[in-house]
Write a protein that binds this ligand. Sequence first.
Ligand SMILES: Cc1ncc(C[n+]2csc(CCOP(=O)(O)OP(=O)(O)O)c2C)c(N)n1
Ligand SMILES: [Mg+2]
Length: 819
Amino acid sequence: MTKSVSIEPQDVFSHDVVHLADIPVNAYQKTIAEEASHYTPEELVDIWRDMCAIREFETVLNELKLKGTYRGVSYNHGGPAHLSIGQEAAAVGMAYTLTPDDHTFGSHRSHGEILAKAFSSIRCLGDDQLLSIMRSYRDGAVLGPVEKGYDGSVAGLATRFFVYGAYSELFARETGFNRGLGGSMHAFFAPFGIYPNNAIVGGSGSIAPGAALFKRVNRKPGIVVCNIGDASFSCGPVWEGITFASMDQYRQLWDKALGGGLPIIFNCMDNFYGMGGQPYGETMGQRLIARVGAGVNPEQMHTERVNGYDPLAVIDAFRRKKQILAEGKGPVLLETITYRYSGHSPSDASSYRTPEELQHWQAVDSIEAYRTRLVEAGIAKGEALDEARTQAQEMVFAMFCLAADLEVSPRLPMSSEAVGSVMFSNGRAERLAEGTPELLQDLAENPRVKQIEGKARSAFEDGKPVPKMKVFNIRDGIFEAMLHRFAIDPTMVAFGEENRDWGGAFAVYRGLTEALPYHRLFNAPISEAGIVGAAVGYGIEGGRAVAELMYADFMGRAGDELFNQLSKWQAMSAGVLNMPVVVRISVGSKYGAQHSQDFSSLTTHVPGLKIAYPVTPYDAKGMMNTALAGTDPVVFFESQKLYDMGEMFQPEGVPRGYYEIEAGAPSLKRVGTDLTIVTLGPALYTAAAAADELAERFDLTTEIIDLRWANPINYDILVGSVRKTGKVVLVSEAVERGCAMQTVAATLMPLCFDDLDGPPVVIGSRNWITPAPELEAMFYPQPAWIVDAVHEQLLPLKGYQPTTNRTSGELTRRARLGI
Ligand SMILES: Cc1ncc(C[n+]2csc(CCOP(=O)(O)OP(=O)(O)O)c2C)c(N)n1
Ligand SMILES: [Mg+2]
C-alpha cells in the first residue's frame, strides 16, 4: 500500500517562516480566594496533609540514613534513599486531579509521587473498592499487619496500608508491594494507578508512551504521566519516547474514534540538579526544559513551565493539560519547577551548591508557604493545620515502626527460591482481553494467505527441491503464527521500523498491512529504545506487543530497554506484572561489521529473557506460536540468510494448523552414534554439511541437535546424546569468546563427565568484526572448521589434512592477543 500523505515539491519549496508560539512561564498567579470554586476547605486541607505526610516519610529515611535512628527507633536501612524533601508540592499537585485510571510512571526519586498518587486515588475510591483492593492484593499480605487493632475509617486504613507497603518495599520485606524485590527506586502499586518507577535515569521516558499507546489502542480511560527529572532530558531514550509519543499518524492516519494523540504528560520534575551536575547553566543548553517542546510538533507539546512550589499552580496545570489530552491533542510537556533540600542520596555532601542557595529555597518552603496562605485566606486555623500535620506524622511514624519490625515484617528467607520463582511467569493466555480483534478483511481473502495457500510445505517434493518462490519458508512460518494470534487477541499490536507498507524490514509482514488497521500494525520512528520501551510499557499495562529491531547490531540502541526493562519487570514486581512482549530481531549478513553480528549471546546473558532462535520454518512457526501464547518476554532472533529456507527436517513439512514448540526444548535434527553436534542459529546447516563430510569420508554418523532456545534449555536430550556418542561440538555464529555455547559446554561437562572422550569443543565466529561478504567465510564457522575441530580435539581422522589451525598453541595465541 502506498502512503496517503504525499510529499510535493511545490509545497516543500515554497517560501515560509516558522513561528514559534510563546511558552508560558509561571503563568498561574491565582489567590486561594480566586480558586474557591475549585475546592472545598477540606480539600485544601487535604493538600496540606498530603504534603506533610510525604515530608515525614522522607524525613524518617533521611534521619535513618544519616544517624541510624529516628525518634528513638534505630534501623539500618541498607538500600538507597533518593529523597525529595522540598519537592512535596510538585508531587501532590501532579497527583491531585488524577484518578486510579490515570497511570503514573516515575524515577529513582519518586517516593513523594507515589504517596501523593496513592492519597489521591484513595480519595477517589469507595470503601468497598478499597477493601477489595487491599484484601486481594497479594492475598492480603500487605494489609494483615496494618489492620490489626485498627478501627478507624476505611480511607484511613488504606492510607496506612500504602505507607506501610511502601516502607516495607523499601526495607526489602515480604510485606512490601513486591515482596521487597523492587525496592526504593522501583516501588509501584498498580491498583492505585501507580506504575513502575525506574532506577535508570529517564527509563520511564521510553516506557510510559507504551502505556499511553495501550490506552489508545484498547480504548481505555485515563491518561499517563511520565515523571522524570531535568537531567534525564539529555537521555536519548527520553527523546525517543517523546518522538514516539508525538508521531503524526495518531491524528492523521489512525481511526479518529480512537481519540487522537497519545494521552501522555511528560512531567519534568525540574529541581535544577542531576546528582552534582547542573542541567541549568552547566550540562545542558536549553535553560528551560519546556523549550524542548518547541522542537517536537507544531503545538510545541502545549509546553509550559509551572511553579511547583505552589500545589495549586500544578493542579491548575494538570487540569488544563488533561483537557488537552481528552481532546486528542497530546502529548504534553510540563516543566514543574521544584527543589530538593535533601542530598541526591544521603552520602551527598552538597559540595556542588552553596548553603545560601539552599537557605533561599527553604525560606520559601512550599509546605510553610501553603500553610500561611490557608491561614490568611481563612480556610483553616493554624492550630488545626498543625494538628493535621501531627496526625499525619504519627501515622507515618507508626507505619515505619511496623515495617522496621522484623517480627511483623519479615524478609524473604535466605534459603528462599522466591526470586527464581518469579523470573518468569510461564503463563499461557489465548487472549489478553475479551472482545473481537479488529481486522480489515476476511483473512481468507488476504493476498499473502492466498499466496501461501499454494506453497509446498516442505523443501522437497518427490525427492526434488521445490523452487524458492513456491516453498513455504521461515517468513511464512512467522507470518502464519502472527496472523493467527492477531485474529484471536484484540490487544495484540506490532510495530517497528518499516513495519507497515514496507511489509516489515524483511518482508515477514507482507500482507499484514491489508489485514490490520493502523493502530495494530504501524511504523515507528527510527528509535530502537523508543520501540522496545513502548513495547515494555504496552506489556506492563497488560497488552501483547511485538516489536521489531531491524538488525541485531542495533540492540545497543535499545540496550537499557532490553537488558533492564523488558527482562526485569516481572521479577522486580515479584510476579505482579507480566511481560507478554516479543522482540523480533533479525540477524544480518553480507552488510559488514555493523549489520552482521549475531548478538544472541548478549541477551542470553541477561536474566529474565527467553531467547528463541529458530532456523527452520517448522520451528519458526511453532516457536512464534509459543511466544505469542505466553506471558514472558521473548527475544526472537531470525537469520536474514535463512528467511527463504524451506522445511528440510520435518518429514511431514510445516503443518497448516496451529501447534506450539515448548520453550527450552531442543530439536533432534539428525540421528547418529559417533559424534554430537549442538547448534544454535544458522550453524545447523553448517553442521549438517560437516556431518555429511564425516559420513562420506570417514563413515561416522553424527547426531545433530538444534538448541532452538538459548534460554531456557532442557538438557535431557543433549545429555542423552552426549552420553551415547562421548563427543560433542557446539557451534553457533556468535563470536566464540563468551558466547552462549560456552555456557552449554560448561554445563554439559559435569553432567556427562564420565562418558566424555574429550572436553566439549565450542566453535563460533572469529573474535573479529564481520568482514565484507566476499570474506565472510574466514569469519563465520564453516563445515571444514567443524571437521578440523573433530580431528584436532576429539577424534583423529585418518588421512585428514585440516585447513584451519585449531591447535592448543593457536587457541592460546589468539586468546593472548584478545582476538
Ligand atoms: C542511566 C543512568 N545514568 C546515571 C545514573 C546515576 N544517577 C542517578 S540519579 C542521577 C541524576 C538524575 O537527575 P535528574 O534526572 O534531574 O533527577 P533528580 O535526581 O534530580 O530527581 C544520576 C546521574 C542512573 N541511575 N542511570
Ligand atoms: Mg534533577
